[in-house]
Design a protein around this ligand. Structure first.
Ligand SMILES: *Cc1c(COP(=O)(O)O)cnc(C)c1O
Length: 414
């Protein structure tokens, strides 16, 4: 057996870290149970809140069952904007009137990419990177074909992400739009949002940030940083549940310039006028298309309240402590078995997950899932340890890394 000393090293103890964690009690707000002993995939699907378990039956009984169609007027029509504003305040640094909850991330990305490109008609190039999430790359590829645009594809080092030097080398006065992820889904690299936004603007381009892997875990100041557009998921660090609708932020000054391509009745100036022609609504409602998924927004509300209660800065502090701990454990317990770190070492360049690499991690992840230890695997050799700050304890991280070591020893035993 390897590294018995490291395994016993008291400085790697989880107990003192949990004892000193000011957010430790927030874990009790989440649904626990089943056979999961260490959940390390909150960056893919956050745990539900206990509040959500309580909220859904009365929602069905009263708001839907008793108020029936009247609830559209009473609460539901306003919900995409109220919840959007709450997400903006709790996670984005966005003043009200600039964030809406709508379709899936993919559909909102499509609508806003198209809208942004149509708003910059004289420019024919779009900057993307080759390691962005597949949906972002696939959409941009399709839209470029549709509109006859050229893609400038930044090739990134997959253990980090797009750097300012790389972006400034490629943006020009022909660039209409830059599309980037705030936190890279693979490496966890945290991009310099204010710096890269400035570079895009210096070239006269718009920038669209995918914040799926940062919203709810990494603070942002989108208003202050002049971000044009941001789109994010609500089922990752916002614990909205499988398929929960995404949100979009559009800078106030840009809203009137953007005309989105899926012109439905819910985005029209007067929804119930049943008008002959489409006239887009003022403000964020123009980015809606059809009837908003009100039922699927209920759980998001609970988590956004919780994020506001804990405070995004305190959440970030715990997130950094969790990722630092996961890296210390990796160095002590997994590196001797040939595991390498594929996440930036500098916490300022890191979101809320740590990716470690080894040729046998596909098999190891499958074995871990059978034991109720749940990280995820990203091809070809990456195991992601996702650390959802309000629902993950240090003990859970220790347990998970110990189990990775055991399974890796089993896998690699001759
Ligand atoms: C999870 C994720 C998505 C998901 O898009 P959906 O339309 O919700 O499936 C998109 N982009 C990034 C960066 C993600 O991490």
């Amino acid at each position: 057996m390897t590294t018995p000393d490291a395994a016993l090293d008291a400085s790697l103890d989880a107990a003192p870290l949990d004892a000193a964690d000011p957010l430790a009690s927030f874990r009790d707000r989440f649904v626990q149970g089943g056979d999961t002993v260490s959940y390390l995939d909150g960056n893919s699907l956050g745990r539900p809140l206990r509040r959500t378990v309580e909220r859904l039956p009365p929602f069905v009984q009263q708001e839907w069952g008793e108020r029936l169609i009247r609830s559209w007027d009473e609460t539901w029509m306003g919900l995409p904007f109220e919840l959007g504003d709450a997400i903006g305040a709790a996670t984005l640094g966005a003043a009200p009137g600039q964030t809406v909850v709508g379709d899936s991330t993919t559909v909102l990305l499509y609508k806003l990419m198209r809208a942004a490109l149509t708003a910059r008609p004289g420019r024919s190039r779009v900057v993307v990177d080759d390691d962005n999430f597949p949906t972002d790359r696939f959409l941009m590829e399709g839209i470029a074909r549709e509109l006859g645009l050229e893609l400038d594809i930044i090739e990134v080092d997959r253990s980090i992400g797009v750097t300012p030097d790389q972006l400034s080398a490629v943006v020009s006065d022909e660039t209409a739009l830059v599309v980037l992820s705030h936190v890279a889904y693979r490496s966890g690299y945290l991009a310099d949002m204010p710096g890269l936004t400035r570079l895009a603007h210096d070239a006269g381009a718009l920038i669209l940030w995918d914040v799926c892997h940062s919203a709810g875990a990494v603070p942002m100041q989108v208003d202050e940083w002049g971000v044009d557009i941001a789109v994010g998921c609500s089922y990752k660090y916002l614990n909205g549940g499988p398929g929960a609708p995404a949100f979009a932020y559009v800078r106030r000054g840009l809203q009137a310039e953007l005309e989105q391509p899926i012109q439905g009745w819910m985005g029209a100036a007067d929804v119930f006028a049943m008008a002959d022609v489409y006239v887009p609504a003022e403000g964020m409602r123009r980015f809606l298309s059809g009837t908003p998924p009100v039922l699927a927004m209920q759980p998001i509300t609970d988590m956004v309240d919780l994020v506001a209660e804990a405070g995004i800065e305190a959440i970030r502090t715990k997130s950094v402590a969790l990722t630092e701990y996961a890296l210390r454990l990796t160095d002590a317990l997994l590196a001797p078995l040939g595991v390498t770190v594929s996440t930036p070492r500098d916490p300022e360049l890191r979101g809320s997950h740590v990716t470690v690499s080894h040729a046998r991690f596909r098999e190891v992840t499958a074995a871990l899932w059978r034991r109720g230890i749940i990280p995820d695997f990203r091809s070809p050799d990456g195991l992601r340890i996702g650390l959802s700050p309000l629902s993950t304890s240090f003990a859970e991280v220790r347990l998970g890394v110990d189990a990775i070591r055991e399974e890796l020893e089993r896998e690699t035993a001759v």
